[in-house]
Design a binder for this molecule. Structure first.
Ligand code: HEM
Length: 402
């Protein structure tokens, strides 16, 4: 197997391509490169980029690769030194933990995120979608679909689940917008995280005194969890629960509006919606430059040796466009049978909220199709401001008319 030592010109290594081609398609460099190749991380260290579907699954399911981010370097944003030093700042945030600690926290939540549990929420989610369709219409045309539709729906849903007052959305939405910027400074990261932690700690304390019918209150009844850990779990759910789905709702709409043939197929046959959602998740792969894992020992992947301590960035957009996953991967096909795509990750960290996200996406797209038969972009596509500066891809605003 090849190692970095065998590769000359280490200082010439590419860094992760931030820009996408034609707003939506991942950069050519990601799609045409070898399944695993050397990469320079934003923090300056050298590691590997995985673009192959099978290699991505290998990395994500192998316990020799750690998700503890304080150990290494992120693809586009180095983990701040202060966060690396202070591991306690990640209390409860199991996205960045390994087994068995990871399972200790995730295990407290799985029962609240089952398919059955989510089905019970479906009617409420449809009401929320209907309200936001009204809000979009009331905003008058042209309207920003992100602001009046794609952002409020997942924010309202996760707020209700957790018991976070929706009036406080400014705080967590703006923290998310700052934390998920690719070029954010360490100081901004620490400041944003502290703001969110303080807000959630106060909320957890209030719910411990006066429990309500919500997830944070339920967690205060779990003996093994203290307030700091519950705050960490709530913060993870709050950020992961609204940013991702928001961008899938708006970028998915953008992709369909630019592809009238696929849009018409969907309008003509709504029963395609669940598989269309899977296809949009695969095709758009909004998770831009993570997961990142750190090798705990030397591991051979796709013929190269990742040496202990090196970071590996898995490119979900590239893996999901690998012909090893589906035929003709660069084609959006809303009738494509559901694939085993990696849009929700893979292995022990595979998205906890995936069933919830699917229900929100089906309800959201269906609502838009029914209420606005004449929906179209209000500006030329090249004027839509894309989120190339963010860790989660999408559109900053999507001006639409009808
Ligand atoms: C994990 C994507 C919606 C909560 C993940 C991961 C991905 C992902 C790729 C794995 C990260 C890794 O391996 O490092 C998405 C996408 C979504 C979405 C594309 C929407 C379309 C949601 C929602 C929730 C949520 C609605 C809310 C409840 C989580 C949590 C984790 C996670 C808690 C961490 C799981 C763990 O570490 O065990 N998500 N997600 N996600 N997601 Fe999502």
């Amino acid at each position: 197997p090849t190692t970095h030592d065998d590769l000359r010109d280490l200082h010439d290594l590419p860094s992760y391509p931030k820009e996408r081609d034609d707003y939506i398609n991942p950069a050519r460099a990601l799609l045409t490169g070898p399944p695993i190749s050397p990469l320079r991380f934003a923090g300056g260290s050298t590691g590997w980029l995985v673009t192959g579907y099978h290699e991505a699954r290998e990395v994500l399911r192998d316990p020799r690769f750690s998700a503890e981010r304080w150990r290494g370097d992120d693809a586009m944003r180095p983990v701040p030194e202060s966060v690396r030093r202070d591991r306690s700042s990640g209390a409860g945030s199991f996205l960045a933990m390994d087994a068995p600690q990871h399972g200790h926290y995730r295990g407290q939540l799985t029962r609240y995120f089952t398919v059955r549990r989510m089905r019970e929420l479906e009617a409420r989610i449809e009401d929320i979608v209907a309200d936001q369709l009204d809000a979009l219409e009331a905003a008058g045309k042209p309207a920003d679909l992100v602001r009046h539709f794609a952002l409020p729906i997942p924010s309202l849903v996760i707020c209700e689940m957790l018991g976070v007052p929706y009036e406080e959305r400014e705080l967590f939405q703006s923290v998310a917008a700052r934390l998920l910027r690719q070029d954010r400074t360490d100081a901004e990261f620490v400041a944003g995280k502290t703001e969110l932690d303080t807000f959630l700690r106060t909320l957890v304390e209030a719910k411990r005194k006066d429990p309500r019918d919500d997830l944070i209150s339920l967690l205060t009844a779990v003996d093994e969890l203290d307030d700091e850990e519950i705050g960490g779990i709530a913060g993870l759910l709050l950020i992961a629960g609204h940013e991702t789905t928001t961008n899938m709702l708006s970028l998915g709409t953008f992709a369909l509006l630019r592809d009238p043939e696929q849009l018409e197929r969907l309008r003509a046959d709504e029963s395609l919606l669940p598989q269309a959602v899977e296809e949009l998740l695969r095709y758009l792969s909004i998770v831009n430059a993570f997961p990142v894992r750190i090798a705990l020992e030397d591991v051979v992947v796709g013929g190269v040796t990742v040496t202990a301590g090196q970071s590996v960035a898995v490119s979900v957009p590239a893996a999901n466009r690998d012909p090893a996953l589906v035929d003709d991967p660069d084609r959006l096909d809303v009738g494509r049978p559901r694939s085993s795509h990696l849009a929700f990750g893979y292995g022990i960290h595979q998205c906890l909220g995936q069933h919830l996200a699917r229900i929100e996406l089906v309800a959201g797209y269906r609502g838009l199709l029914r209420r606005f038969p004449g929906l179209r972009l209000a500006v030329p596509p090249e004027q839509v401001r894309m989120r190339s500066d963010m860790v989660i891809y999408g559109a900053h605003e999507l001006p639409v008319t009808w």
